[in-house]
Design a protein around this ligand. Structure first.
Ligand code: FAD
Length: 541
């Protein structure tokens, strides 16, 4: 049988091994893993720190022995691949504990070494109380630190940083979260990330935004983080979660082609520049599914699916399907809120100079009259040329993952806003509405595309503001300088509005202001609506 050696035994590596075995009983498969564990649940690590996953052994999906037995493969743990001799098709491997080296021959090599947490060379970054989180051993160290700590600092407000902040808050620790950008979840647009920041604060996390970490120091025995602004934050320990970089040194030393961020370049069948060497997971530069441009995406789903693509291409090339590229679908729970994204954000579209339209709607996740109804905000980014979906973001307390997955599937299928308006989705009062929020988002985008309403993200210069919310809402949070006419009274009070002026209609969620804009437009007024409403754009007025 073919000798297949896999470097890295976790997400991409283990899935390549499993699929390879299912396709070929005669293959000689070896998984080489530097650490003690294979096939463990990296994504579950934060949840053991906070105790939500109480039993540590649940995170070891397989032991080296069980994986070896299940797949009839050789599993070498505590073993590092230190060199690839591409000419002889031989690897140099080193026992991490024994420090002895030997050679291992391959016919096909699969590189799945993953990515390393970033640890920039800042002053004091080597302090033993500054942790990163990648594997079970890192997790154990953080958990041990939690036992002795009263306060923790999380550096980085991305997905892993937020999960850590949430889980550390479940312990007795006071938690401070520091993020360099002026919003949490930098891949998301600010109005979708803003409720997440609010949720963190409400849950007692001290949030510092727009202030990058500059270094660490020691102050009377306590770890002190120094931020760029000069601000100092003390804690008993810190978790650095500011991103990862591909662990591609082995590939680079072997002369394999790398992409811009140092990730290994691969083709659609995950082949590197050497046809006998494949690569998958956090270490590769694949491509964006919508544009075909190079893209490194360190997420678990892509890693697993890419591992499978490789095994298919090695053992059943006649039926192997190419990797279709990344959408960048990601979701996170932060206390009682969930936020997620798929495809392109508005920020990214704007920076790339691409034509787009943004539509934001807020509605209940299920029938409003059914107990437990909570608001859900959906943002669509779509192409003004053909109405095709370019990206979507969702935030809310419940039902976020379902909408996000529908929208990710819509994106993969090349659906348009018209398709979203027409999707027939599962409905009974506990689950959805007769017009689901995804349908509503499609309707709202259609209204804009059809010219029924013009919406803006911020007040245009010189526009007068018409607030159509009910009196109670206006009383508790008035919009300065606005004319207040509740929507229900609008038709009878049109005479109070100056016809010589242009009007911006605002409401809480962007729906009533749309209704108002329709009334005003048909009455001959010049009017625009505030997209998404004051709830997502509190700064707009
Ligand atoms: P890894 O899973 O990192 O595996 C690579 C392995 O290769 C490592 O064990 C390493 O020891 C080994 N290795 C490296 N070099 C060598 C060598 N030279 N010789 C031998 N072995 C070597 N993704 C999501 O989609 N959703 C989530 O919720 C999510 N949560 C996460 C939470 C945390 C805390 C972390 C750390 C990651 C999370 N991810 C999540 C990302 C996801 O875990 C990764 O995208 C995925 O594990 C990548 O798989 P991989 O096989 O490329 O690399």
């Amino acid at each position: 049988g073919l000798r297949v050696v896999i470097v890295g035994g976790v997400a991409a590596g283990a899935s390549a091994a499993a699929r390879a075995r299912r396709l070929d009983e005669s293959a000689r498969i070896t998984v080489v893993e530097r650490g003690p564990d294979v096939s463990f649940a990296n994504c579950g690590l934060p949840y053991h720190v906070g105790g939500e996953i109480a039993d540590r052994s649940r995170l070891a999906v397989h032991t080296p022995e069980s994986l070896s037995a299940l797949l009839d493969i050789e599993v070498l743990t505590h073993t590092e691949v230190t060199k690839i001799d591409r000419k002889r098709k031989v690897l140099e491997v080193r026992g991490v504990k024994t420090n002895s080296c030997r050679e291992l021959a391959y016919d096909r090599l699969i590189l799945a070494p993953g990515a390393l947490p970033l640890r920039p060379p800042l002053p004091g970054v080597g302090d033993p109380r500054v942790f990163t989180l990648r594997n079970l051993q890192d997790m154990d160290r953080i958990k041990a630190a939690v036992e002795r700590a009263e306060s923790a600092l999380v550096i980085g407000g991305g997905f892993i940083g937020l999960e850590m902040a949430e889980q550390l808050r479940r312990t007795a620790c006071a938690v401070t979260l520091v993020e360099a950008f002026d919003q949490v979840l930098p891949p998301l647009d600010p109005e979708i990330a803003a409720p997440v920041a609010q949720e963190l604060r409400a849950a007692g996390v001290a949030l510092v935004l727009g202030d990058p970490i500059a270094g660490f120091a020691e102050d009377s025995g306590r770890l002190t983080a120094e931020l760029k602004s000069g601000r100092r934050v003390q804690a008993d320990f810190a978790v650095l979660a500011i991103g990862v970089r591909p662990e591609s040194e082995l590939a680079a030393a072997a002369g394999l082609e790398l992409g811009a961020r140092g990730a290994i370049k691969v083709d659609r069948f995950m082949r590197t520049s050497d046809p006998d060497i494949y690569a998958a997971g956090d270490v590769v530069e694949s491509f964006d599914r919508l544009t075909g441009t190079p893209m490194n995406l360190p997420l678990g789903g892509p890693a697993n699916r890419q591992g499978r693509v490789i095994a298919d291409h090695i053992f059943r090339p006649e039926t192997a399907r190419p990797y279709p590229g990344h959408l960048g679908t990601a979701v996170v729970r932060v206390f009682d809120l969930v936020a997620g994204t798929t495809g392109w954000s508005e920020k990214r579209l704007r920076d790339a100079g691409r034509a787009y339209r943004a539509t934001v709607v807020t509605d209940h996740q299920h029938a409003g009259y059914f107990p437990g109804a909570t608001p859900l905000t959906v943002k669509l980014l779509w192409s003004p040329e053909d109405g095709k979906l370019l990206g979507a973001q969702v935030v809310g307390a419940d039902g976020v993952d379902k909408r996000l997955d529908v929208l990710a599937a819509a994106l993969a299928g090349g659906l348009t806003i018209d398709d979203l308006a027409e999707l027939e989705l599962a409905y009974a009062p506990p689950f959805g509405s007769a017009r689901d929020v995804v349908n509503t988002a499609g309707f709202a985008a259609q209204n804009v595309r059809d010219g029924l309403v013009r919406t803006v993200d911020s007040p245009p210069e010189g526009y007068a503001v018409l607030d159509v919310r009910p009196v109670e809402a206006v009383t508790t949070s008035p919009v300065p300088g606005a004319v207040n006419i509740p929507y229900a009274e609008l038709r009878s009070r049109l005479g109070e509005l100056d016809r010589g002026r242009s009007w911006l209609a605002v409401c809480a969620l962007g729906k009533t202001s749309y209704f108002a804009a329709r009334v005003l437009t048909q009455a001959g007024f010049e009017v625009v609506g505030l997209a998404g409403g004051l709830r997502v754009r509190p700064q707009a007025t």
